[in-house]
Design a protein around this ligand. Structure first.
Ligand SMILES: [Zn+2]
Ligand SMILES: [Zn+2]
Length: 443
């Protein structure tokens, strides 16, 4: 005595039917009710799902025994069981596909019916797994000299216990019930006056067409078919690689049982900020990058020249500069904001080297220094030496009939943040099309 006859009824056979009787009944009904026959009127997706599900359970001796003993529960009906062609689910899938869902999409995958009737799993063409990317932060010192590096990467490998089937030894993945092994389901979409069948990737089997039933799942990978694995990858960082440039390590990326070869590992170079040097993007990818730095000079050095070690370069070398004194050949005053170049001291690229751009910053002497002068009574001496003070602005610059007020230069106060928000927080940019011009109109 069986617990439930629903699945036998679905195939129109008796509970004591032989395997070959079940198979025969399934084939006949599946062909008759296949959704692709919809045009001719005999197709029926819901009915087909029932037939498919009944076949899946009754064709597996273990599952059939469970079903006979415990009914639908024992056979692991699970989601997408009989009548699992759930409309709400279907539309959810559809919208996921339309608006940023993974994989699939319109027109991908085989055309309806292309994979043949009757729950044959969709065959995918095997290709290399797409590459995986990992970022490599590098110091400018490392980038300048080039060096041996290593990374510990986590990548997926095909599960060795189940050889990528996702099933326990001796068990197999079965045609997915939800999509009849097609890997895709169909949503009905209103297109103007018509209702169209739109294919989308099956979310029951992630488009594989095959699914391992819960009780058959591989213990090692939990049915994921792959496992995560840590691996130390050694490689050489070539000097002068640009920001975002990739070091390609063949076959060290992720592996997928659906692919013929493991993917490559792309190591993306990301230079770290440096306290002294800034890496400047080159104008052509084959050119070496320039470096830039700031050189702080005293007022005396700025005006009168100097000779000193100014910088320790990224490879540890010292750079000395001799700037001539007034009257000597090549002398010039270096002002704050001036930019000068040290040719050939930038970043490497193969055999070439970019330039080192140097921005000058003149440190003004401070109050302590000026007080020292005052104490020695030398203020007037210095005033006599320095360029003269500026006279008043021309009197004519003051508006007709306007006075000149005495004001002070006070310490600047930080404005509280709320006040800034009050002024900038309207969120409305200036509207160029608006009538009128800012400011008062002059007659
Ligand atoms: Zn496994
Ligand atoms: Zn499926």
């Amino acid at each position: 005595m069986v617990a439930d006859t629903k699945l036998y009824d679905a195939l129109g056979v008796s509970p004591d039917a032989s395997d070959s009787e079940i198979k025969k009944a399934y084939r006949k009904l599946a062909l008759q009710h296949h959704p692709d026959k919809q045009a001719s009127g005999s197709g029926d997706a819901t009915r087909f799902q029932e037939i498919q599900h009944a076949w899946e359970v009754l064709s597996d001796p273990n599952a059939r025994a469970d079903y006979d003993a415990f009914g639908e529960k024992g056979a692991g009906g699970g989601p997408g069981g009989p009548g699992g062609f759930d409309e709400a689910d279907m539309f959810e899938d559809f919208f996921a596909e339309m608006f940023g869902g993974g994989g699939g999409g319109f027109g991908r995958g085989p055309p309806p019916g292309g994979a043949g009737a009757g729950g044959r799993p969709r065959q995918k063409r095997k290709t290399q797994t797409p590459p995986s990317e990992v970022e490599l932060p590098v110091t400018l010192e490392e980038l300048y000299t080039g060096c041996a590096k290593h990374l510990s990467v986590e990548r997926t490998r095909t599960c060795g216990t189940c050889s990528g089937s996702g099933a326990k030894p001796g068990r197999q993945a079965k045609a997915c019930v939800k999509c009849n092994g097609q890997g895709q389901t169909f949503a009905m979409k209103q297109m103007g006056p018509y209702i169209q069948r739109v294919p989308m990737r099956c979310n029951g089997c992630e488009g594989r067409g095959l699914k391992v039933r819960d009780q058959d799942v591989c213990k090692k990978c939990k049915g994921a078919r792959t496992i995560k694995e840590k691996k130390r990858v050694d490689f050489h960082l070539e000097r002068g690689l640009h920001f975002g440039e990739k070091i390609v390590i063949s076959g060290e990326g992720d592996e997928s049982p659906d692919s013929s070869a493991p993917g490559d590992l792309h190591i993306v170079v990301r230079p770290l900020p440096h306290p002294t040097f800034t890496l400047l993007p080159p104008n052509r990818p084959d050119r070496p990058a320039d470096l830039s730095t700031t050189l702080s000079l005293t007022l005396s050095e700025s005006l009168l020249g100097f000779s000193r070690l100014i910088l320790i370069h990224l490879d540890g070398r010292g750079l000395r500069v001799t700037q001539p004194a007034p009257g000597q050949r090549g002398w010039r005053v270096l002002k704050s904001g001036d930019e000068v170049v040290v040719p050939g001291e930038g970043m490497w690229r193969k055999g070439n080297q970019g330039d080192l751009l140097v921005k000058i910053e003149v440190a003004m002497p401070d109050e302590q220094w000026a007080m020292g002068l005052a104490e020695k009574g030398s203020v007037d001496v210095l005033r006599g030496l320095l360029p003269p003070r500026r006279p008043d602005l021309e009197r004519m610059a003051v508006g007709e009939g306007k006075e000149t007020d005495e004001v002070e230069l006070a310490e600047k106060q930080e404005r509280p943040e709320e006040e800034e928000q009050w002024y900038h927080g309207t969120g409305r940019p200036y509207d160029e099309d608006a009538e009128g011009q800012p400011g008062c109109q002059q007659q």
